[in-house]
Design a protein around this ligand. Structure first.
Ligand code: PLP
Length: 408
């Protein structure tokens, strides 16, 4: 008898985006003349920048000729891309990461979801609330949690991120082995200072723990004092893995490319305390289960680091940050409490006593604007909504005018 992995039955069906779609459809059916503006899901809307398209095209042209055709490439990524990443994303910021510590992949969702395979089943895991759901659900699938009760999985150490603590997870009060952190944060848009990251690196070093640091939104950081990588913190190389993505940086959500940094200095431990190289484990997993990102996509990603690419990618992000500013200003004018949107595409808004779905319905029905109810990201999100800056300035401005009219 073929048995199922019954841990999957513990998963809470994610009704979030299907519920949103249903409510939007109902509204649209009743109000066919309203052009609904979507500031809900975190997907980019702008086309790829010209330098990136040139890189992509060059890769495709090379594939068309016998002389330059490429078949299977190195699973970890082509050296031209790994070298460009090491130089531009790390060396330029004083982080000593070498090209062979970078594993190019098809995105941060897969890597952040797959990485837990490398750890024992009975480790203790700390996860922020609210959270990007992938970290949690992949550990549920792997059998690292108990059942779901009162909005939470048994066995997980939840780190509440609320206004009272500046939306920053606090150091665990009981020991944990694996810590998920994400800055700039999805969904709250909060950013961490170097001092905050230092406390986490110190904690991990003292407790032989590991940090999985998701920096998918680092390109939105404009405040030069904020760290873009955890490796800007001394000692992080021994205790942290970093996930990166070209999705939001350069509009690759449909093109698919990202990478994970696994420093050679990073170790995990056997039950008897023997050190095991995490780099070796991930390399083994990656080369066994993954056959590399397509050559044209890696050429497109390489172009992100060309002189023209750097300028265009900055303009690309600036456009979304300009949208975020309009959203922030509107929320400030309306007197809402909010965080994010300064070094992040997300603005996390307290509903002033409204439940997150009630606030969602209010914006949809009175303004024709779609946001994301915070409850979909965890119990601590029940009083919040997330508004995303991924749309055109024209639509964001129109949406915010409507929200002002509806709520003033
Ligand atoms: N990490 C976070 C925090 C995200 O919000 C997202 C996408 O929304 C991802 C990772 C996924 O990135 P990718 O498109 O590279 O898979």
């Amino acid at each position: 008898m073929i048995r199922a992995n019954e841990h999957f039955s513990k998963l809470q069906a994610s009704y979030l985006f299907s519920d949103i779609a249903k409510r939007v459809q109902t509204f649209q059916d009743a109000n066919p003349d309203v052009d609904v503006i979507r500031l809900g899901i975190g997907d980019v809307t702008r086309g790829l920048s010209p330098a990136i398209v040139d890189g992509f095209r060059q890769g495709v042209e090379e594939m068309a000729q016998d002389a330059t055709f490429r078949g299977y490439g190195p699973e970890q990524g082509y050296p031209f891309l790994r070298d460009a990443i090491a130089a531009n994303d790390f060396h330029s910021r004083g982080a000593d990461i070498s090209a062979d510590e970078i594993f190019v992949s098809d995105g941060a969702k897969c890597d952040s979801g797959n990485f837990q395979e490398l750890f024992a089943k009975d480790i203790k895991i700390a996860i922020p609330d609210p959270v990007y759901p992938v970290y949690l659900d992949t550990n549920v699938m792997a059998g690292r949690t108990g059942t779901y009760e009162d909005g939470r999985y048994q066995g997980i150490y939840y780190m509440d991120c609320l206004k009272e603590n500046g939306f920053m997870p606090e150091l665990p009060k009981t020991p944990v082995d694996l810590i998920y952190l994400c800055f700039p944060n999805n969904p709250t848009g909060a950013t961490a200072t170097k001092e905050v990251l230092r406390t986490w690196v110190d904690y991990a070093r003292e407790n032989k723990a590991l940090i999985l640091f998701d920096a998918a939104y680092e390109a939105f950081i404009r405040d030069e004092s904020l760290p873009r990588s955890i490796y800007e913190i001394k000692g992080a190389k021994e205790v942290a893995v970093e996930f990166r993505s070209f999705s939001k940086t350069a509009g690759f959500t449909g093109t698919r490319c990202g990478f994970t940094v696994v420093p050679k200095a990073c170790n995990v431990y056997a039950a008897d305390g023997t050190k095991i190289s995490l780099h070796g484990l991930w390399n083994r997993r990656h080369t066994t289960k993954f056959n590399g990102v397509s050559y044209p996509v890696q050429k497109a990603a390489e172009a992100v680091y060309s002189e023209a690419g750097k300028v265009q990618v900055k303009e690309y992000i600036d456009a979304y940050l300009a949208n975020a500013k309009v959203i922030r200003q509107t929320m400030a004018d309306l007197g809402f409490d909010f965080v994010g949107g300064e070094n992040s595409p997300y603005i996390w808004i307290h509903g002033g006593g409204r439940d997150s779905w009630d606030f969602f319905d209010l914006l949809l029905n009175k303004a024709g604007v779609v946001c994301t109810p915070g409850g979909g990201f965890g119990r601590c999100g029940n009083d919040y909504i997330r508004i995303s800056a991924f749309n055109s300035l024209e639509n964001v401005t129109k949406a915010m005018e409507r929200v002002k009219d509806a709520l003033k």
